[in-house]
Design a protein around this ligand. Structure first.
Ligand code: DGT
Ligand code: CA
Ligand code: CA
Ligand code: ZN
Length: 576
């Protein structure tokens, strides 16, 4: 699957074009950024789209015009992209590395290159250590310190990739093995199966009567960079996306025990093994055995739990956070599922920084099985995202009204905004505008570095305004890139309870905010959660499954999920 490789090239072209910005290049920059976004969230391999219908089919994807479709075609056909290579000659800089740092943009990266010869992280590290950055124009002591901390954060997350990259890759490998008919069965295990936000390596388990052929097919997959080790039952490869992947071929009779073992987590397994021992059994990756050596269960994973006197535990809960006790009591909650979601309360359109029209967003949502979305564009103080003012919202809302009357009962677009929570906790729209809306997401997008007390006050004030329905990405973290801002989540959750405000679980794979542990913490309060796509493109509803996975890791049932409510019930709740 070349989606990510191409997306990153397009994104980098946009960055390079943005260095010497003119009116035309600004348009171009946006076009390349949009195309990259679309590719990143596309689950079908772009090569397949191309094979199916050529450049024309590629152009049908949202946000991809003829010019960029041509570039994608060029890359698929030749493995090269001339425009990229030309720009790269001018800027021999590792933007991908540098731009993940907080506060770093393309212009700054080019300045560092021109003044200090910084081409990538290693160079920047030495420059920061030698204190050369702080004296540059536009940088200063504070930004040098920020870069230092940001580089540390990046280093600590090295070697793990986002679930949003791991899961589609693992699914694609499973599909290819099955369609090559070298395995009878193949499933994803490990942290990917548990929907953990980052994945250290991908684990795949298979049953095959021709293990040699399965290993052969596995090592010759296009996504494999190199073979780490090859054996008859276990082979490890390094994937181009930057992690290794283990394929284990297992005997059919112990497939259940193997799944139980290799889905993990290790801590959960240790807990299970203790229970087995207490009952006089032995548990390993081949089966559950009596002391006599007689096999008790092995083929079916559920049977292992049952024979231990436990209730089946969904993979997302297997983190040794109390689920073993619940399982022994047969009190595992019925976790929310993707199919429970009836709508999406956080979406964007091309009026601000989205790629698609509201009509297209609504149609795609309906196609994804949703019955409503809230159109929540950015507000005016967020200039980088073309935030809208009160008048622009009024005009947009008229459009939404017309659209809704054309939909009738079939679908509903809720009028809304992702209103900026300003520095002092006020909201970035007039109360008249806010009052005319159906659903408001309130989000912090600026001044992340505030002290804990001040930030808590800011958020609590916004939550208490009576105008906010959902608190968007409540901690602001970007995995591996930006630490959560300092906020007292207990105080925020309490305020949400008092004011009937839902906490968002933002489904972007680099956000997943709230995360699993914060969901567990916040669920002690009587609050609802809203699992949102924060879609900026019609393909982004596909990300909801990551939000659902995270909600399940936080033990949520559908009763706690605001957008699992049918439209009528939701509207009743949202009435301000
Ligand atoms: P990762 O790869 O770091 O994202 O996390 P996992 O959970 O995928 O860990 P991994 O790939 O090392 O191992 C896959 C599963 O195999 C793990 O979740 C549980 C099981 N496992 C691995 N090593 C051990 C072990 O020493 N003891 C037990 N009980 N289970 C283990
Ligand atoms: Ca793993
Ligand atoms: Ca592994
Ligand atoms: Zn936002």
């Amino acid at each position: 699957m070349q989606n990510r490789v191409i997306a990153e090239m397009l994104d980098e072209i946009a960055d390079m074009l943005s260095v010497d910005e003119t009116a035309t290049s600004r348009f171009e920059v946006r076009a390349y950024k949009n195309a990259a976004l679309t590719l990143l969230s596309l689950q079908q391999p772009i090569e397949e789209v191309y094979k199916g219908g050529g450049a024309k089919a590629v152009m049908k994807l949202p946000g991809i015009g003829a010019g960029i479709a041509g570039k994608i075609e060029e890359f698929i056909k030749t493995g090269r992209m001339k425009k990229y290579e030309e720009l790269k000659l001018r800027y021999p800089i590792n933007f991908r590395e540098l731009l993940t740092l907080e506060g770093m943009g393309a212009k700054k990266a080019v300045m560092l290159y021109r003044k200090l010869g910084v081409k990538g992280l290693a160079d920047l590290k030495s420059a920061v250590e030698a204190h050369k950055v702080s004296s540059l124009e536009g940088f200063g002591e504070r930004s040098e310190e920020m870069l230092r901390r940001s580089m540390q954060l990046l280093e600590s997350s090295k070697g793990r990739i986002l679930l949003g990259d791991a899961l589609p890759e693992a699914e694609s490998i499973v599909r290819l093995l099955l369609s090559a008919k070298v395995v009878d069965k193949a499933v994803i295990a490990g942290s990917t199966r548990r929907m953990k936000e980052t994945v250290g390596d991908i684990d795949i388990l298979a049953i095959s009567r021709t293990a040699g052929k399965a290993m052969e097919a596995f090592t010759s997959l296009g996504d494999v960079e190199s073979v780490v080790s090859r054996g008859p039952t276990r082979t490890t490869v390094a994937l181009r996306i930057g992690v290794t992947c283990d394929l284990r071929v297992l005997p059919p009779e112990s497939f259940g025990a193997a799944q139980q073992y290799f889905i993990g987590s290790k801590q959960h397994n240790i807990g299970l093994r203790k229970i087995a021992i207490r009952r006089g059994y032995k548990l390993n990756e081949y089966g559950l055995y009596a002391r006599s050596g007689k096999i008790i269960a092995s083929e079916d994973e559920r049977e292992i739990y049952e024979r231990l006197g436990m209730q089946y535990v969904p993979p997302e809960m297997r983190e040794a956070r109390g689920e073993i006790g619940l399982s022994l009591l047969h009190k595992i909650p019925e976790l929310v599922e993707l199919g429970d979601l009836k709508g999406d309360l956080h979406t964007h359109t091309r009026e601000t920084d989205g790629t698609s029209t509201i009509e297209e967003m609504a149609e795609a949502a309906a196609g994804a099985g949703l019955a409503y979305i809230a159109a929540t564009n950015h507000t005016k103080s967020l200039r980088v995202a073309k935030g809208m003012n009160d008048a622009q919202f009024a005009a947009f809302n008229n459009k939404v009204d017309r659209l809704n009357s054309s939909f009738g009962e079939k679908f509903r677009v809720l009028k809304g905004a992702e209103v900026d929570i300003l520095k002092d906790g006020r909201l970035d729209l007039s109360s008249t505008t806010l009052g005319a809306m159906d659903c408001i997401v309130g989000s912090v997008h600026t001044f992340f570095k505030m002290g804990r007390e001040e930030m808590t006050e800011r958020v609590v004030r916004a939550v208490g305004s009576g105008m906010v329905d959902v608190l968007g990405h409540p901690t602001g973290r970007l995995i591996g890139e930006r630490e959560p801002y300092h906020v007292d989540l207990d105080a925020v959750a309490q305020a949400c309870e008092d004011n009937n405000v839902a906490l968002e679980i933002n489904s972007w794979p680099n956000r997943l905010d709230l995360n699993d542990t914060n969901i567990l913490l916040a669920s002690k309060y009587k609050v609802m959660f809203s699992i949102d796509s924060d879609a900026h493109s019609t393909t982004h509803y596909q990300m909801l499954r990551y939000g659902v996975g995270t909600a399940r890791r936080g033990w949520l049932t559908k009763e706690r999920v605001l957008n699992a409510l049918p439209l009528k019930a939701l509207e009743k709740r949202l009435k301000r």
